[in-house]
Design a protein around this ligand. Structure first.
Ligand code: IVH
Length: 672
């Protein structure tokens, strides 16, 4: 099929099909074809558009896969400001809201409202011109936002073209971009596996995903969208907000199904209570409810104050809190010896979850909150996850409260604790402390370590207590029979655990370094180290100056590594691991075939064509290293304008000195 006209027809047909299936799947939740069939259609379209580039179209579903990487976001002025909302914190405040409306409008009869879930995501505006999505932006400060059109186009629930005929010249659709709780869980799981930082909550994940300069990254995130309004509802020639939502639904948007029309504030409050009940069973996070006057005429009459409309109000869910008694405080010893106070609480339900322990962070926090044992305390689940003690209820004190004493000695090994200047934590400095060793072992087998199945916290405690595993290499000496005979184990779990152990014997260098739990050396540092040190041997022998030569490795990390590998018992651990067959999965091939592998660059003087940072990043992306100090290891000194004393010294050392032009040739853009 070589004919352009024919191809054009076919592309239009495919796009129509794909759009229809997108709508069925993402908006109506009612797919008509299998994923495989859908993929086939999609691939057919991509192939066609590749063959006939002149068929490119802004509303082609192929636009959703992401496009060029941006240098930054441009700003967009909202034609009509995106306002925020005032809050009502109680039923009374809702009644007050209505009273004010009635007074303002000077009217007797009741007012109709629309009550909608307050979605906990990010507000965006989508501008459709003659039905075509042309600009999408963040709310920003309400007047000016950022242009994130490319990212928003990747979201399947956002139509690239409005459905139906008789399209308005311009329509500004507003709504919330979010990530479902399930999508969030899966996203974080993937990130954990690939060693990336985790998102704190779905909202942060959505925000981070929308702010990507590379829309291909955004396309891979499970973003979703609910529409809840338009910039200028009068452009739609309708009378009520309910009708606005209906139109948006007809035009192809998802409208939240828990939106209700309410004919009185009583009904509004009932709906709020219903949402509060349903909240935890929903597949997305909501943090309250938004109440809007339904009549657009009344909305227009009510108008807005500086930052919020008079015709709407947000009702926030109260933070999930409860009161209980602080029974006692115990002290946990972490992997690095930090001693953390943990409150033991009379068990209490907080937002549907039973809570009996909460972290008190450190001594200063206890003092600041003035907490005592036997206090009645207010506890809350921050961000719906980690329980914390907010404050004591001082009015409930009886005189039987006891101060919380920080221990002087390690609760496990009785070594005198120390608190270093500038640090909040008390620390046990005994490297042989059993509590620290157990924590270190749990870290090694856990998710941030080598992630060895079957060796979770419980199993490690058991193995440690029975003296079967006292240090990391002991793990690899475990026998299957021995494990199978332990309480709670069996043939099958022992076999699985041994298989998992065997599988863990070829970690990447970065993974192993992270798993060893060296202080200050997290995943990011470990990855930097892996890039510069091809083998564990070289790393073990590295001197502090070698380490600090690596961009991103500072003195603290350098010193910690030198100290760790200088410690004979740590060296022994590594030696034993090697004897037990642990081998670093080589990444060497990836490094040696890169254009600048093995080269170390040092920059001096001013560069004309790019910033120092860009130049350094180019070197690194081509497999080279960048040094910040002059030494014999430097293979190329790049001399920019006004190169100073380094140049003379480099000459003395007999190093290769190259110009910016030479450097550009080396990195492959000599022609630019
Ligand atoms: S209406 C003037 N409806 O709440 C009307 N907002 O403080 C303002 N939000 O940033 C928006 N769900 O992100 C509206 N159903 C909903 C909403 C909602 C969440 C957010 C929105 C905005 C904030 C307003």
């Amino acid at each position: 099929m070589e004919n352009l006209a024919e191809a054009k027809k076919q592309a239009a047909e495919l796009r129509r099909e794909i759009n229809r299936h997108d709508h069925q799947y993402y908006v109506l939740d009612n797919p008509e074809i299998s994923d495989g069939e859908y993929d086939r259609l999609f691939r057919e379209l991509l192939a066609l558009e590749e063959k006939f580039p002149e068929l490119a179209a802004a509303d082609s579903p192929s636009m959703r896969v992401g496009g060029a990487v941006l240098a930054g976001f441009e700003t967009v002025d909202h034609r009509i400001p995106m306002l925020s909302l005032e809050n009502a914190f109680s039923d009374q405040e809702l009644f007050d809201f209505e009273k004010k409306l009635i007074r303002y409008l000077n009217r007797e009869d009741e007012i109709d409202y629309m009550a909608e879930p307050k979605l906990d995501g990010l507000a965006v505006e989508l501008v459709y011109e003659h039905g075509l999505l042309t600009t999408g932006s963040t709310r920003g400060d309400g007047r000016t936002g950022e242009n994130i059109t490319a990212n928003l186009k990747t979201i399947q629930a956002i139509p690239l073209r409005l459905r139906g005929g008789n399209l308005p010249d311009r329509l500004e659709v507003r709504g919330e971009v979010f990530i479902s709780t399930e999508g969030f869980r899966r996203l974080n799981e993937k990130r954990l596996q690939s060693g990336e930082n985790l998102f704190a909550n779905p909202r942060n994940a959505a925000a981070g995903s929308l702010r990507q300069l590379d829309s291909k990254i955004t396309a891979a995130r499970p973003l979703d969208f609910f529409a809840y309004g338009v910039g200028d509802p009068f452009a739609l020639e309708v009378k009520s907000h309910a009708q606005v939502l209906e139109i948006l639904r007809d035009r192809g948007f998802k409208i939240n199904e828990l939106t209700r029309k309410c004919s009185s504030i009583r009904a509004v409050i009932d709906h709020f209570n219903l949402l509060a009940e349903k909240r935890h069973g929903l597949d997305y996070e909501i943090d309250g409810m938004v109440v809007k006057v339904n009549s657009l005429d009344l909305q227009a009459r009510l108008g807005s104050k500086a930052r919020s409309p008079r015709w709407a109000v947000a009702c926030k869910f109260p933070a999930v809190q409860a009161t209980t008694r602080l029974l006692d405080v115990v002290f946990n010893v972490g992997r690095t010896g930090a001693v953390t106070p943990v409150a033991l609480l009379e068990p209490v339900k907080v937002g549907g979850v039973m809570v009996s322990r909460a972290t008190l962070h450190n001594e200063d926090e206890i003092t600041r909150k003035d907490l005592k044992i036997n206090d009645r305390v207010l506890v809350q689940r921050a961000g719906d996850v980690i329980p914390e003690v907010v404050k004591p209820i001082r009015e409930k004190r009886t005189g039987h409260e006891k101060p919380i004493a920080m221990p002087r000695q390690c609760p496990k090994c009785e070594t005198e604790l120390v608190r270093k200047e500038g640090e909040a934590a008390l620390r046990c400095v005994n490297l042989q402390c059993p509590a620290q060793r157990l924590r270190a072992l749990i870290h090694f087998t856990g998710k941030s370590g080598l992630d060895i199945d079957g060796f979770g916290v419980k199993a490690m405690e058991q193995l440690f207590d029975r003296d079967l595993v006292r240090s990391i290499p002991d793990l690899y000496g475990l026998e299957q029979d021995e494990l199978a005979a332990l309480p709670g184990w069996g043939e099958k779990s022992a076999a699985n655990a041994c298989a998992a152990l065997a599988k863990s014997t070829t970690p990447s260098l970065a993974r192993l370094i992270t798993a060893l739990g060296i202080r200050y050396v997290g995943e990011v540092s470990a990855q930097l180290l892996e890039k510069s040190f091809p083998s564990l041997d070289r790393l073990v022998k590295a001197e502090q100056s070698d380490l600090e030569e690596i961009e991103g490795i500072g003195p603290q990390v350098g010193a910690s590594l030198v100290e760790f590998f200088g410690n004979p018992s740590n060296r022994e651990i590594i030696e034993r691991l090697r004897q037990q067959g642990l081998r670093i999965k080589s990444t060497a091939e990836e490094h040696t075939d890169q254009p600048l592998s093995g080269m170390i660059f040092l920059f001096t003087g001013a560069l004309r064509s790019f910033s120092r940072n860009e130049a350094k990043n180019r070197v690194k992306s081509l497999g080279g290293r960048v040094s910040s100090a002059l030494s014999r290891k430097v293979t190329h000194l790049v001399a920019g304008e006004k190169a100073g004393s380094k140049l003379a010294k480099a000459r003395d050392l007999g190093l290769a000195i190259i110009s910016e032009e030479d450097f550009k040739m080396m990195i492959g853009n000599g022609s630019r």
